[in-house]
Design a binder for this molecule. Structure first.
Ligand SMILES: Cc1ncc(COP(=O)(O)O)c(C=O)c1O
Length: 203
């Protein structure tokens, strides 16, 4: 939520020490962290060392629905029998699976895509290593009104507030993509500054 990367190698060190399993929710890492977009594991050069990874097809992989869990064969067999969300819903529609697979192919074969996302985020926003750039406003109503004003200017950002984030930590969540041009980002910054002045949060 805050665009910070979990210190996975330290976590692994502790897990090994205390014989614990590691579960990573990599929904905010898949597709742009790591040279070929494999996520936080690849970012730390730890491919194959995390016990369970859960992720989504619905963020960096293009906005389709659905997600996946990776792990040992024994774990996946267990989940197939016991996971209610796997057992009861209808299956993912094949076109969504196909578009998720195509997105993975594109990212794996074009390492410049994850690079470009980070370049866009780090050049234009204060983020130093992550494309999710929260702009902290604190107040929930302000965050929601701010997002509405941005939408009026044709820019879709989301106001996040309690319960999704801690109380008084409301923010605008900005998500930068590889498809954004410099002109898009410039337009965003200008609109953001204008709305910020309107709400007296920027000078
Ligand atoms: C960290 C995290 N995990 C999981 C999810 C859920 O992803 P999905 O909408 O694909 O179920 C989200 C959605 O915002 C998320 O931010």
């Amino acid at each position: 939520m805050d665009g910070t990367i979990a210190p996975l190698s330290d976590i692994k060190h502790l897990a090994d020490k205390y014989k614990a399993l590691i579960f990573v929710d990599d929904c905010h890492g898949t597709g742009f962290l790591g040279r070929t977009g494999r996520g936080t594991e690849e970012h730390f050069n730890m491919i194959g060392t995390i016990d369970i990874i859960n992720s989504t097809l619905g963020k960096a992989l293009g906005g389709a629905a659905g997600g996946y869990t990776t792990g040992s064969k024994a774990l996946i067999n267990l989940l197939r029998q016991r996971s209610r969300t796997f057992l009861f819903p209808n299956t993912l529609p094949p076109p969504i699976v196909a578009s998720g697979m195509k997105a993975i192919d594109l990212i794996e074969n074009n390492p410049n895509l994850p690079e470009r996302v980070l370049e866009n985020a780090t050049t234009w926003f204060y983020s130093d290593n992550h494309p999710i750039c929260p702009v902290m406003l604190g107040d929930a109503r302000l965050a929601s009104q701010f997002a509405d004003e941005m939408l009026k200017r044709g820019i879709y950002v989301i106001g996040f507030s309690y319960l999704v984030v801690p109380k008084d930590r409301a923010r605008i969540r900005v998500q930068v993509s590889a498809a954004h041009s410099k002109a898009d980002l410039k337009r965003f910054i200008e609109a953001f500054a204008e709305v910020g002045r309107q709400f007296h949060v920027t000078k």
